[in-house]
Design a protein around this ligand. Structure first.
Ligand code: MRU
Length: 369
């Protein structure tokens, strides 16, 4: 993957931010003190390197999102919010109209990066509502107001993850083996995680849980990221390839499946990482509970059903190549839908910070709304 905009300014393990809002020793994204720089952990390089990049321009943040340096629905929403702080910082001398136009341009570029995760548009809309109210305010105050809003989005996400974790952990029994797909952890959120938030909360409550992380082809978020975070926390984790999941269900080796979400439609259908639908089908076939954990910012009541959720198509190269090596014949095309939709009827509960939609349905979600 190319990285046209992003210079390598900082490397090494130490987090450049003195007090990350993630609440951990690492963080997917933070706004630096002074509000003129965003620090992003380059998740493409994990687990072999923990490398932070400092970005100063909104177009760098947009590139970081589209190239999946930062990924996971809530984390890209937070990154976009911080990207809009950088847009305000780079236009601090502009007058009202110039400021609004520059903010709109940055918002459009950020919004266009990844279409499925609704948290992205949700965070951008929230920031742009504030930007519209403060066009005539002095530049430095505009930056400060937008930075405070973006940090609130970040703090609220961490708080939501903790609530989701506590609520969902009640459903996890001591000794449970939990299957999770992709990475819905601290790396995918402001901190703590959604699906992995449940795991963390159960572990903190003294339950002896263990996790099976499916590797998650093609970009290996399970093998690289879920395994990295859980291992750092001392939570037992084992990685399997995606095609081993069915036989694990058949062998009664999985007690519960928990995943995150990129968008939850009004009728309770859920878009999440490609492969999630297969996990849900297998869970139902083997009478294993299938849960989704997500903040309310992932719920999109304006999208009637899963069929209306835009599914991101990513580059063929992510499938045709492993690292830099092409593993398919040159003349054969690859297909790369990044997400699939799990119908509501297969979802035993969606845990949000507002409570559980149990089972997932239009009625149970409407009750929380
Ligand atoms: O393509 P990615 O890595 O951004 O996909 C991430 C997922 O599918 C996560 O499960 C989802 O965003 C929820 S993160 C709390």
């Amino acid at each position: 993957m190319t990285s046209g905009f992003i210079p390598t300014l900082r490397t090494g393990r130490a987090h450049p931010h003195p007090e990350p809002l993630s609440g951990a020793t690492y963080s997917a994204v933070e706004l630096m003190p002074g509000d003129r720089a965003v620090v992003i952990l380059d998740q493409r390089k994990l687990p072999s390197a923990e490398k932070y990049e400092i970005l100063n321009r909104p177009e760098q943040v947009a590139e970081a999102i589209s190239e999946m340096m930062v990924r996971g629905a809530p984390a890209i929403g937070i990154a976009a919010a911080y990207g809009l702080v950088l847009a305000a910082a780079t236009t601090s001398k502009d007058t009202g109209r110039e400021f609004s136009d520059a903010m709109q341009k940055a918002a459009d570029a950020l919004r266009a990066t990844r279409p499925t995760a609704v948290n992205l548009g949700w965070a951008i809309d929230r920031m742009m509502r504030l930007a519209a109210e403060i066009t005539t305010v002095a530049g430095p105050e505009r930056i400060a107001r937008l930075a405070a809003e973006a940090r609130s989005i970040h703090r609220e996400d961490v708080a939501a993850c903790k609530k989701i974790g506590e609520l969902g952990a009640e459903k996890i029994r001591d000794g449970a083996t939990i299957l999770t797909h992709c990475n819905a952890g601290a790396l995918a959120t402001g901190g703590f995680g959604t699906a992995l938030g449940l795991v963390r909360a159960a572990h903190a409550a003294g339950k002896k849980v263990r996790v099976i992380a499916s590797e998650t082809r093609p970009l290996l978020q399970g093998a690289r990221l879920t395994a990295w975070e859980l291992d750092r926390d001392g939570i037992p984790v084992e990685v399997v390839t995606d095609n081993m999941i069915a036989s694990l269900f058949a062998a009664h080796a999985i007690d519960v499946a928990i995943v995150g979400a990129d968008r939850i439609a009004k009728n309770g259908d859920v878009a999440n990482k490609i492969g999630t639908y297969g996990v849900a089908c297998l869970a139902r076939l083997h009478d294993v509970p299938f849960y989704v954990a997500a903040p309310w910012s992932t719920v999109d009541l304006a999208t009637p059903s899963g069929a209306d959720i835009p599914i991101e198509a990513r580059s063929e190269q992510e499938v045709s190549h492993i690292g830099d090596v092409r593993v398919m014949p040159d003349n054969v095309r690859a297909r790369n839908p990044a997400f699939d939709v799990t119908p509501a009827r297969l979802i035993d509960a969606i845990f949000t910070e507002r409570g559980a939609a149990e089972p997932s349905s239009e009625a149970t979600l409407a009750h929380l709304a």
